[in-house]
Ligand binder design. Structure first.
Ligand code: DGY
Length: 327
């Protein structure tokens, strides 16, 4: 049956999604899938949306929907439901100006992302990837009292910049490992959420007490390259950097220089500017622990993200307020 004969709304999925999510989308809508899972440019998404007469687009974090792509979207598209909590890939001002609704998927990926932050803290502090590489290179000559000594995280200070859902979930986990929590946030949290964490109104002051620094704020024009050489200098010598937010919030060149000189003992990074094209030098450093943007990558979480995106589409296309409206 050609799509035009099907009375159901048309939803364009820009990438391959978990099976259960695609199944629900196909059950409830004329769902246009991307079986080859090719990455599409913003303009290609707009072209495809026009070709299939899409009413909504279910897009993903890697889809660059800039002002030009949004201008090219056909009038018929009412909703961009992104399969992510981050919305830095979408020009929200352009979407708002043309009356396009944008929704995201908060909450359901908080725990998975916080788990990855802890994995990075532990992996960077305990030199896990150096150890793994040693074994894979068949270079391990056996246990010695001084081999690959890392840093104990218990008793150390964890500085969290951005104490939203994910920052708070990281704090809860890190406390269980005996870390002391310091945080900086636009607003101070109520005492019951603070749970003994020390608030710093000035993020620069927080840096001075962060043995481990974990970034949990959104990527915007204002936060671009926020962690630069000058701010790294404020950290205690031998601090550890963790980034599960977005690659654009750090200055790669400054991080690499600090990892090379030992000013930073290690970095655990799950996100990069210009993914998947890594700032090449990260790969050559022994003290970088690198993951390919796995924060939300569990079956449970990816299903929940897809269902949430579809809940938003259901609401918006039936004239109800979508639960996770961004604009
Ligand atoms: C997000 O949700 O923003 C992640 O970075 C991608 O899942």
């Amino acid at each position: 049956e050609p799509p035009s004969a099907d009375p159901r709304p048309v939803v364009l999925l820009t990438r391959r999604l978990p099976e259960a999510v695609e199944a629900r989308a196909s059950r409830d809508y004329t769902a246009i899938l991307n079986p080859t899972d090719e990455a599409l440019s913003g303009l290609a998404i707009a072209e495809r949306a026009a070709a299939v007469k899409a009413d909504a687009v279910l897009c993903c974090a890697g889809d660059r929907l800039d002002a030009a792509a949004i201008a090219a979207l056909p009038e018929r598209v009412r909703l961009l439901a992104t399969f992510s909590v981050g919305t830095d890939h979408i020009d929200l001002a352009a979407a708002k100006a043309r009356g396009l609704t944008v929704t995201n998927t908060p909450d359901v990926l908080t725990d998975a992302t916080a788990d990855i932050a802890l994995l990075l803290i532990l992996g960077a502090a305990r030199r896990a990837s150096e150890g793994e590489r040693l074994i894979r290179a068949d270079a391990w000559t056996g246990w010695t009292p001084t081999q690959l000594m890392g840093t104990h995280i218990g008793g150390k200070r964890l500085g969290i910049i951005g104490m939203g859902r994910i920052g708070q979930a990281v704090a809860r986990r890190a406390r269980a490992f005996g870390m002391t929590i310091h945080y900086s946030n636009r607003k101070r949290l109520p005492r019951e959420l603070e749970e003994g964490a020390v608030y710093h109104s000035d993020p620069d002051a927080l840096l001075a007490v962060s043995d481990v620094l974990s970034l949990h704020f959104p990527a915007t024009a204002e936060t671009r390259h926020w962690l630069n050489a000058e701010r790294i200098e404020r950290l205690p010598p031998g601090a550890i950097l963790i980034n599960t937010a977005r690659g654009t919030v750090v200055d790669d060149q400054a991080i690499v220089a600090a990892l090379r000189s030992g000013r930073l003992a290690a970095a655990g990074l799950d996100v990069f500017e210009n993914e998947p094209n890594l700032f090449a030098d990260y790969r050559d450093l022994p003290n970088s622990f690198l993951l390919p943007h796995l924060g939300s990558a569990t079956v449970e979480t990816r299903n929940a993200m897809g269902f949430k995106a579809l809940d938003n589409i259901d609401a918006a296309l039936s004239g109800r307020e979508p639960p996770d409206r961004v604009v």
